[in-house]
Design a protein around this ligand. Structure first.
Ligand SMILES: NC(=O)c1ccc[n+]([C@@H]2O[C@H](COP(=O)([O-])OP(=O)(O)OC[C@H]3O[C@@H](n4cnc5c(N)ncnc54)[C@H](OP(=O)(O)O)[C@@H]3O)[C@@H](O)[C@H]2O)c1
Length: 256
């Protein structure tokens, strides 16, 4: 019997991880802020796939609430075999003009929560010699697109580094780096994405299936979709000044 804990398990990629993992028979622990929506998803999955689904409402930007999720992961009596650090959002603002508290919340959810939850989950997995962590990063981490990019860059490098540290234990850590995927993400961030061409869009079921397959193969970095495999290779090997120019939103010229 396998148990997976998924943060942001109510919408988008997290909801799809929950669906595909329940469909293969995993028990689930779902984490998100909206308690009613969590319970609704849990009831639906439990009924459809006959698995046990636990809900853990928590705002991962709040240290006390994050600690409750850490405790759940450290509970050796109820082992979690797969941790999916998926919850996230984008601030969609220029750094100097933006709300600093919102930046801090973004860093707390995208980076601090990933750091602390991975630290809570791995020791038990290593002791059992099985399991692992999928950290949902982004192809944005390969470019210089603002604080969101910077946070996702951290998630990818962190995952690669920790994966090396657990090598040979039977445990794997994979950074999932999707490109634009149809979820609630862009609407929540107030991003205008209508102008993007069709070829740039991925669907959550394909992204999650690719991530689970790459995790099974022990790949440290998973980039779903042929178009993003090409683009991320270009972003990684092209001269950095070119990448900076292509990816950075330039703010207004500041004088004085
Ligand atoms: N969609 C894309 O194009 C794309 C591309 C690359 C990477 N990603 C990454 O994929 C991950 C999932 O995003 P998505 O596209 O699936 O977005 P989504 O559809 O907006 O879902 C976000 C999920 O995260 C939860 N969440 C947000 N803030 C939270 C907080 N403070 N504490 C706990 N849970 C929180 C939300 O539930 P509540 O609101 O109830 O808390 C929801 O379940 C993110 O890490 C994102 O950065 C997305």
């Amino acid at each position: 019997m396998t148990t997976a804990l998924i943060t942001g398990g109510t919408a988008g990629l997290g909801a799809e991880f929950a669906r595909q993992l329940a469909a293969r028979g995993d028990d689930l622990v779902l984490v998100a802020r909206d308690a009613a929506r969590l319970q609704e998803r849990a009831d639906d999955l439990a009924q459809r796939y006959r698995v046990h689904v636990e809900v853990l409402p928590a705002d991962l930007s709040d240290r006390a609430q994050l600690a409750v999720v850490e405790e759940r992961l450290r509970d050796l009596g109820r082992p979690v075999d797969l941790l999916v650090n998926n919850a996230g959002f984008g601030t969609n603002q220029l750094f100097l003009d933006g709300d600093l508290d919102e930046e801090q919340r973004q860093l707390d959810v995208l980076v601090t929560a990933v750091l602390r939850l991975t630290h809570a989950a791995l020791p038990g997995m290593v002791r059992r010699g099985t399991g692992g962590v999928i950290n949902v990063s982004s192809v944005a981490g390969f470019i210089a697109g603002g604080t969101y990019s910077a946070a996702k860059s951290w998630v990818t490098v962190f995952s690669e580094a920790v994966d090396r540290q657990v090598q040979g234990t039977g445990v794997h850590v994979t950074a999932l780096c999707p490109g634009f995927t149809h979820t609630e993400f862009h609407e929540r961030a107030g991003m205008d994405v209508d102008h993007l061409p069709d070829w740039m869009w991925l669907d959550a079921p394909d992204v999650v299936a690719a991530a689970l397959a790459d995790f099974r193969r022990g790949k440290p970095v998973s980039v779903p979709g042929a178009q993003y495999k090409v683009l991320s290779t270009v972003a990684r090997y092209a001269p950095r000044p070119l990448i900076r120019r292509a990816s950075g939103v330039r703010g207004p010229d500041r004088k004085g």
